[in-house]
Design a protein around this ligand. Structure first.
Ligand SMILES: Nc1nc2c(ncn2[C@@H]2O[C@H](COP(=O)(O)OP(=O)(O)O)[C@@H](O)[C@H]2O)c(=O)[nH]1
Ligand SMILES: [Mg+2]
Length: 144
């Protein structure tokens, strides 16, 4: 199964992929679309600059699932409204960094909903590993 991982910069996409793959250590900044095992990692700019949207939509065609990642430690998360509905693959909403003190799960959930990502969402920490087993279990529901 191949998963396209998208989301604003700094939300922990690369760290999450590494955690799911069992790789330790700090993630380098993602400069371009990069294949890591079953994952297609993307730079945050691709979701922040409309001229890159097409690259994400095309990349989704190479994937079975799209993981849309946001972070619970951001107070204002700006995402393109309804954009999740443009993808030709199912989009799973992931809220990362739930370990950060004062994490705001509610506003992160609202941001995902506004972007057109459908519930249920996954609440995870790429650093502590919280929620990753449930995320795995969700992936499995798509591989039959
Ligand atoms: N506390 C905390 N920090 C995280 C988590 N995931 C990523 N980070 C940190 O957030 C920063 C950005 O991570 P990165 O994976 O490069 O984000 P990306 O731009 O979305 O790929 C790094 O300093 C990570 O160590 C998490 O779950 N909890
Ligand atoms: Mg990255």
């Amino acid at each position: 199964m191949r998963l396209l991982v998208i989301g604003p910069h700094g939300v922990g996409k690369t760290t999450l992929i590494r955690a799911l793959m069992g790789i330790q250590g700090k993630a380098p900044k993602t400069q371009m679309i990069e294949v890591m095992g079953e994952y297609i990692d993307t730079p945050g700019e691709y979701l922040e600059l409309p001229r890159f949207y097409r690259a994400l939509l095309v990349s989704a065609q190479q994937a079975d699932l799209v993981l849309w990642v946001v972070a619970a430690d951001k107070t204002s998360i700006h995402l393109p409204p309804g954009f999740a509905r443009s993808f030709c693959r199912p989009v799973i909403g992931v809220i990362n960094k739930i370990d950060v003190p004062g994490a705001n799960i509610k506003s992160a959930s609202e941001a995902l909903a506004q972007a057109g990502v459908e519930e249920p969402y996954h609440f995870v920490s790429a650093v502590t590993g919280a929620g990753l087993n449930e995320l795995w279990a969700r992936f499995k529901t798509f591989t039959s």
